[in-house]
Design a binder for this molecule. Structure first.
Ligand SMILES: Nc1nc2c(ncn2[C@@H]2O[C@H](COP(=O)(O)OP(=O)(O)OP(=O)(O)O)[C@@H](O)[C@H]2O)c(=O)[nH]1
Length: 394
């Protein structure tokens, strides 16, 4: 799709910036993680942008490699950050000392791709070149999503590559593929499960032996040191936080002429953090009774004594619900539940109250309490083709 890291005529090496967009829960983070794992010798820099106040996507991406190249925005990047600010992040990643070959910007699920493309094109960094727009489509939800949000057609029309993801869940994948093809004339359209596309669709790949591993945050800090910067993000966050305040809806303000045409004007997000464990039965009751407007939930759950070894990544997309246990990181990090809920017509105060009621500080687990949750844990081998030896059923 893009011309990766080609030195210009006598000029600096150019770094393609690929914009990765797609509606809430379509599989952008899954695809980005796939690229990070399967890009061979190509070193990827990532700008990950979450709609909600807690940067769940960044945790998922960083978590995949332990310590990867992640720079973040919060709120919808297309409205929360202007082109100049994005340039600060791009400049950091495109610095020759980082050795990055390609930058992927993962947009929030409600971002306006055209705005992001415009921002990349407006970059004043001579090393940065626009590398194309990839739109991820959830094949199982596409027909419903398109009905609710006709703007999606416009997004597909400007894409360079459309990944029709989750074909394993789609009732009529062929119909969705044909429809997407008709809407994205001129773009390559590929079907995928779990975002498994050949990275060569997105950028030219280096042979594996040229590079090993991704950059770490430490690498980035070293780069900053070279330039006498303090390595802190421009908004004063920590390592994993380059972004702004929480209320994405409120941020979509005067920086744009027509924010009403943006998907996110109709959506609200709620962030919930608890240092007390959650009761599995109560949380499951909450999830089972969620309204249709509450389209997306993501985050991590601590079930305390019900499973002391693992935290549970949780994903709800429409009526789809999954829990993914993963061992807690060793060390003294506080065990938190961190959730982001995104939807239309949602009552933030009521949802927070319901989640508060799921907290449980009892030191003992009652028998079978995890059964309901475990029903939503996929067979990892079946879903990803990779067994997960690290997880023991509680
Ligand atoms: N069955 C199935 N599930 C998938 C596939 N790809 C992703 N998922 C699941 O879909 C859920 C959402 O995936 P993400 O990659 O987090 O989606 P996203 O587009 O980054 O989500 P937002 O950033 O919230 O918009 C997760 O539970 C994934 O494991 C797929 O091909 N098939």
């Amino acid at each position: 799709m893009s011309q990766s890291s080609s030195p210009g005529p006598g000029g600096p090496q150019e770094i393609p910036v690929v914009v990765l967009a797609g509606f809430l829960g379509s599989g952008k983070t899954t695809l980005l993680n796939h690229l990070l794992h399967r890009s061979g010798g190509t070193r990827i820099g990532a700008v990950v942008n979450d709609f909600g106040a807690i940067e769940i996507d960044a945790m998922a991406v960083a978590g995949a490699l332990g310590d990867s190249t992640v720079s973040l925005g919060n709120g919808c990047l297309c409205c929360a950050v202007d082109a100049g600010e994005l340039d600060v992040y791009l400049e950091r990643l495109a610095d020759p000392a980082t050795g990055i070959d390609v930058i992927v910007i993962e947009a929030s699920g409600l971002a306006e791709p055209q705005e992001l493309v415009r921002m990349v094109l407006a970059s004043e960094n001579p090393r940065v070149v626009y590398g194309g727009l990839v739109e991820v489509v959830d094949a199982a939800e596409f027909l419903d999503t398109r009905q609710r949000h006709p703007e999606i057609d416009r997004h597909l029309a400007i894409a360079d590559l459309v990944v029709v993801n989750k074909v394993d869940r789609a009732e009529d994948g062929e119909r969705v593929l044909a429809l997407v093809r008709s809407l994205s004339e001129g773009a390559a359209v590929v079907a995928a499960t779990y975002g498994r596309v050949d990275p060569a669709f997105l950028f030219d790949c280096r042979p594996t032996e040229e590079r090993i591993g991704q950059l770490s945050f430490d690498d980035l800090h070293r780069t900053d040191d070279l330039h006498g910067k303090d390595g802190a993000d421009p908004h004063g966050g920590d390592d994993a936080t380059v972004g702004q305040g929480a209320d994405a809806r409120g941020e979509c303000g005067d920086t744009h002429e027509d924010p009403l045409g943006h998907l996110h004007t109709a959506y609200d997000s709620v962030a919930f953090v608890s240092d007390l464990p959650m009761n599995p039965r109560r949380l499951l009751d909450f999830l089972d009774s969620r309204s249709d407007g509450l389209y997306r939930i993501k985050g991590y759950v601590d079930f305390g004594p019900h499973d002391t070894r693992n935290r549970y990544a949780v994903h709800a997309v429409g009526r789809f619900l999954r829990f993914y246990p993963e061992p807690w990181a060793p060390g003294d990090e506080p065990r938190l539940t961190q959730l982001v809920l995104i939807g239309t017509g949602i009552d933030a105060a009521a949802l927070t109250k319901e989640l508060e009621a799921c907290k449980d500080d009892s030191p003992h687990a009652d028998e079978h309490s995890m059964w309901g949750v475990l029903r939503y844990v996929p067979d990892k081998e079946q879903e990803t083709g990779e067994p997960d030896p690290s997880y023991d059923t509680p």
